[in-house]
Design a protein around this ligand. Structure first.
Ligand SMILES: [Fe+2]
Length: 183
C-alpha cells in the first residue's frame, strides 16, 4: 500500500468527490453520507494542517479549510432534500473543489519538488497517524453503534483493505465485506 503523502492526500480527495456524487444524486442514505463526509474532511484537513502544511506556504489553504468546516456544519444541520441542503451542498462542492484543485496543481507538486521519496513516506506516515487519531476522536463523539464501529470507521478500514465498491456500501455491507476480506 502506498504510504507517500501525495498519494494519500490525493486518495482522500477522490473519496470526497465520490461522496459528493452520492449527495448530488440523492441516492442512498444521505445522512450517513454527510456523516462520512464530515469525518473524512475534518480528519483530512487537521492532518494536513498539522503534519503537511508546516514547511509549505499554506496559510491560504488553512483559511479554505475553515470555510469548508463552516459549510460542513451547516450541511450536517440541514435536512436532506430541502433547498437549504442543496444550496449548502453546492457551496461546499465549489469550495472543496477549488481547494482540491489548488492543492493538486500547486501545493503537492511543490512538495514533490522539495521532498525526496523518503521524506514523502515519512510525511505520509505522520499524515495517516494524525488522520486516524482525528477519525477516532470524531467517532467517539458520534452516536454509538452496538458493535462499536461507526460507518466512517468501517469505511476507513475498507479503504485500507481496498475493498471494491466500498463507496456504494452501507454500514452492514461494509462490515460484511471486511469480515470476508479477513480484516
Ligand atoms: Fe486536501
Amino acid at each position: 500500500m502506498a504510504t507517500d503523502v501525495i498519494t494519500l492526500i490525493t486518495q482522500d480527495h477522490r473519496t470526497v468527490e465520490s461522496i459528493f456524487d452520492r449527495l448530488k444524486t440523492g441516492q442512498g442514505d444521505q445522512k450517513a453520507a454527510v456523516a462520512e463526509l464530515h469525518a473524512l474532511l475534518i480528519a483530512h484537513a487537521r492532518a494536513e494542517e498539522d503534519r503537511v502544511y508546516p514547511g509549505l506556504d499554506a496559510h491560504h489553504s488553512v483559511e479554505e479549510h475553515k470555510e469548508a468546516e463552516i459549510l460542513l456544519d451547516a450541511l450536517v444541520r440541514a435536512e436532506p432534500g430541502t433547498p437549504e441542503f442543496r444550496e449548502t451542498l453546492d457551496e461546499l462542492v465549489a469550495s472543496v473543489g477549488h481547494h482540491v484543485q489548488e492543492e493538486e496543481s500547486t501545493l503537492l507538486p511543490a512538495l514533490r519538488q522539495t521532498a525526496d521519496a523518503k521524506e514523502l513516506d515519512r510525511l505520509g506516515k505522520a499524515f495517516e497517524q494524525r488522520r486516524a487519531e482525528e477519525l477516532k476522536a470524531l467517532s467517539g463523539s458520534a452516536s454509538g453503534s452496538p458493535d462499536g464501529a461507526t460507518k466512517a470507521e468501517l469505511y476507513e478500514q475498507a479503504q485500507q483493505a481496498d475493498i471494491p465498491g466500498r463507496s456504494q456500501m452501507d454500514k452492514q455491507e461494509l462490515a460484511q465485506a471486511l469480515k470476508k476480506a479477513g480484516s
